[in-house]
Design a protein around this ligand. Structure first.
Ligand code: KIV
Ligand code: ZN
Length: 522
């Protein structure tokens, strides 16, 4: 058996199912390119049947990505599989990923299918996908809560029909590591033909065990791990790519397993996902959290100065944290900026670089040192965001101890200028109220958080908001040296995402949306 583990990244599909984390096509393409640079083996680009927008994004990613395999998700129905193939067919290495639930509770209450119908439906789905490609993955949804013998029969049927990968999901994050590892061993020992295919594991983190379960599955013989960057995903999220990759890397002598991941790209990919989705990485997050390599206790600092390895099991550089982070200042020109941007891994056109340079100069006029993090935020705001419906032209707020906070805002809406003024209990409230009035939107602010990108009172502020409107939720992010401007940008970014969601409604893969009448699944 090979000791190489295939990394199947599903940030763009399962990760996108994180509450509020919708990404537009341009953002998805940027992320896909970075995932390829990171070295993922398979990149799940989306679920084409979910919305025409999702299908289009998968199609564009498939055309762009040349080395990684590009997968599209499909329920076990001909229509979904046709849509998935239509979206990935131009990829250099396309994959169709089809799935069907196999646990008693899902078969009885959701699918209303008998065991035989499920086996038949799974086999028919795989056979249909075989009309298009040999690269087919079959997933047994809720596999960890499925009767093991029945699961072996389902996998046998999928393998017989032509699946090249079979995947065991712990869909609801219920399994325990020893139990999950034993289930993988059982499947390997009792499924005819399993030696001809790759066995994959896909875990969710409802009990905080996704990484442990995935590692247990790999140690028991699975050779594909389905993961997301920063562990984002439905509910409590998925197994985090960086934890699996670094776990295998740091403990390679113990596990004997390797991956193809360029570990130095991990931190950059993590920041990109956070910037694009608006989901903040918790400071104590393993591998990529801001505190992952910070030593506060004196006794630890003393140890690290004498020998880093006393309290560090890996060097920050291994996952892409740079040692020298001060990069540019106000005398730096476009050439220096381009070099730095390239070193950060971005390939910008002249026009894009100029946009970033204008913002960079603005910032450098106010601050002595511009850090990598600052530049990445400028790239995210100026380049990664697709043309948006609402754009901030200017914002003025007047506030103080003896007056009613007032905001004046000018916005472009579909390219046309609109302005207005309003009040609030504070300057940010005044700005949000005014934006709401001008745009005629009705979104409610449900979360607001502010973060300093670097240290010092002159740091750029990064604001994240979560807003909701008629059952839809979106995260918005904005950065600026001025916290009021950063807040207004975040709010407007949230409104743009809501607008995108309204135009591209996504079928979230909740149990109810998968309900199919008996026998209708294929
Ligand atoms: O969690 C799950 O079961 C899934 C499948 C579609 C693989 O995401
Ligand atoms: Zn999942």
């Amino acid at each position: 058996m090979t000791n190489r583990v295939l990394i199947f990244d599903t940030t763009l599909r399962d990760g996108e199912q994180s509450p509020g984390a919708s990404m537009n096509s341009a953002e998805k393409i940027h992320l896909a390119v970075q995932l390829e640079r990171l070295g993922v083996d398979i990149l799940e680009a989306g679920f084409p049947a979910a919305s025409p927008g999702d299908a289009e994004a998968v199609r564009q990613i498939a055309e762009r990505i040349r080395t990684a395999q590009v997968a599209a998700l499909a329920r076990a129905s001909e229509k979904d599989i046709d849509l998935a193939w239509e979206a990935v067919k131009n990829a250099a290495r396309p994959r169709i990923h089809t799935f069907l639930a196999t646990s008693e509770i899902h078969m009885k209450d959701k699918l209303r299918m008998s065991r035989d119908q499920v086996i038949d439906t799974a086999a028919r789905a795989v056979r249909h996908a075989r009309c298009y490609t040999e690269n087919i993955e079959f997933s047994a949804e809720d596999g960890s809560r499925t009767d093991p013998d029945f699961l072996c029969r389902v996998f046998e049927a999928a393998i017989d029909a032509g699946a090249s990968t079979v995947n065991l999901p712990d869909t609801v994050g219920y399994a325990m590591p020893d139990e999950f590892g034993s289930l993988v061993s059982y499947l390997i020992a009792n499924t005819k033909g399993i030696e001809r295919v790759v066995l994959s594991v896909h875990c969710h983190d409802d009990l905080g065990l996704a990484t442990a379960n995935t590692l247990a599955g790999l140690k028991a013989g699975a050779r594909q791990a389905e993961v997301t960057i920063n562990g984002i995903g439905e509910r409590a999220g998925n197994t985090s790519l960086e934890e699996i990759v670094m776990g295998l890397h740091i403990r390679r002598e113990q596990t004997g397993l390797t991956t193809n991941i360029q570990t130095r790209e991990i931190n950059r990919t993590s920041r990109l996902v956070s910037m694009i989705t608006g989901i903040v990485v918790q400071p104590n997050k393993a591998i990529v959290g801001a505190n992952a390599f910070a030593h506060e206790a004196g006794i630890h600092q003393d140890g690290v100065i004498k020998n880093r390895m006393t309290y560090e099991i890996m060097e920050p550089e291994t996952v892409g944290f740079s040692a020298n982070r001060i990069v540019l200042g106000k005398h730096s020109g476009t050439h220096a900026l381009r070099k730095r941007v390239e070193a950060l891994g971005y390939d910008l056109s002249e026009e894009e670089l100029l946009k970033v340079f204008t913002r960079f100069k603005d910032l450098a006029d106010k601050r002595k040192e511009i850090l990598d993090e600052d530049i990445e935020v400028l790239i995210a705001e100026e380049v990664l965001r697709a043309p948006e419906r609402y754009e901030l032209d200017y914002l003025t707020v007047v506030t103080g101890t003896v007056m009613v906070p007032t905001a004046t805002v000018k916005l472009k809406i579909d390219g046309k200028e609109n302005q207005g003024a309003g009040f609030g209990v504070g300057p940010i409230d005044a700005a949000f109220n005014t934006i709401t009035k001008i745009t005629g939107t009705e979104a409610k602010l449900v979360r607001f958080s502010i973060n300093a990108i670097s240290r010092g009172t002159d740091a750029q502020a990064e604001v994240t908001v979560r807003i909701q409107d008629k059952g839809l939720a979106a995260l918005g992010k904005g950065a600026d040296q001025d916290i009021f401007v950063a807040s207004a940008k975040a709010y407007i970014n949230g409104l743009n995402r809501l607008d995108y969601l309204k135009k591209n409604p996504i079928i979230i893969l909740k149990e109810s949306s998968l309900k199919e009448a008996p026998g209708e699944a294929v």
